[in-house]
Write a protein that binds this ligand. Structure first.
Ligand code: TYD
Length: 253
């Protein structure tokens, strides 16, 4: 069998050339990293859960008219996506203060913000993804003004969609990060939500207890990461309620 061509190996995913031009296979690894890869571990099953959760969010976004790069899930760890040029920005939307915003501005974690706040970080691991303003983005040509208008609108639509879904299952969407891809169509380009949407790139807190159900469990050593991600998947109806009900393979005589 021919070996697939690896295009890129990231911290949590590996990208392979897809079966048709313009497609890519995203393979979700079990590797977890934090603090710019200073903290690393392999968490059994994380890739499977993120593949499932990201599919669920991307499909849902498509259904409400938010364009994404997602085409279809191929198997437990892989999904087929449209290849796109990634805008070199981490687009962060915050509904409650947490993480770097709390540190930077001295706001207690969990404080509800007066309105969703969108931030941009320049995607460069060697610099630690620094926060940048629209002035930097325009001056360095990372995105045009039209792109920025579209990116803001996409980010807020994703926020409305995800907050609603999470609210429905008793989870507060504290913040999240998305990446944006450009897809070229002849002389035109359109922007789509790319990469992944999973508890690796969101902060998700239980509405009642504020229990963390996201990557902070790993960052801050708060327990089992797969238990946290499984709980999110379970509430969204993506896990069998009774694992014993799964039919086991039977021998065919
Ligand atoms: P932020 O609080 O800025 O950083 P940190 O997670 O290091 O405290 O992150 C805000 C949200 O965006 C959080 O849910 C994590 C996510 N995020 C990523 O997934 N990748 C990134 O590179 C960045 C900067 C943020």
């Amino acid at each position: 069998m021919a070996r697939r061509k690896k295009i890129y190996e990231g911290k949590a995913k590996t990208l392979y050339e897809g079966p048709e031009p313009g497609t890519i296979v995203q393979y979700f690894k079990d590797d977890a990293t934090a603090f710019n890869a200073e903290k690393k571990d392999v968490i059994d099953g994380k890739g499977v859960l993120n593949n499932l959760l990201s599919e669920y969010f991307m499909v849902g976004l498509g259904q409400v008219g938010v364009p994404t790069h997602f085409l279809k899930r191929l198997n437990m760890r892989e999904q087929l996506v449209r290849s796109c040029e990634i805008v070199p920005l981490e687009v962060i939307v915050r509904n409650y203060a947490a993480g770097t915003m709390s540190k930077r501005l001295g706001i207690d974690e969990g404080t509800q913000l007066p309105r969703p706040i969108v931030e941009y970080c320049y995607k460069d691991d060697s610099l630690g993804d620094p926060l940048v303003t629209e002035e930097h983005i325009a001056a360095f040509g990372w995105a045009s003004q039209q792109d920025m208008d579209d990116i803001l609108s996409l980010a807020l639509r994703v926020n409305d969609f995800l907050s609603g879904i999470m609210y429905g299952v008793g989870i507060k969407l504290v913040d999240f990060k998305i990446e944006i891809g450009r897809i070229y169509d002849g002389d035109f380009q359109r922007l789509v939500v790319a990469d992944e949407i999973s508890p690796d790139s969101c902060r998700l807190w239980d509405m009642e207890t504020n229990q963390k159900l996201d990557k902070d469990v790993f960052r801050r050593d708060l327990g089992s990461l797969t238990d946290a991600y499984s709980e999110v998947a379970r509430r969204l109806g993506l896990m069998p309620n009774n694992p014993a009900s799964i039919t086991k393979p039977t021998l065919i005589n």
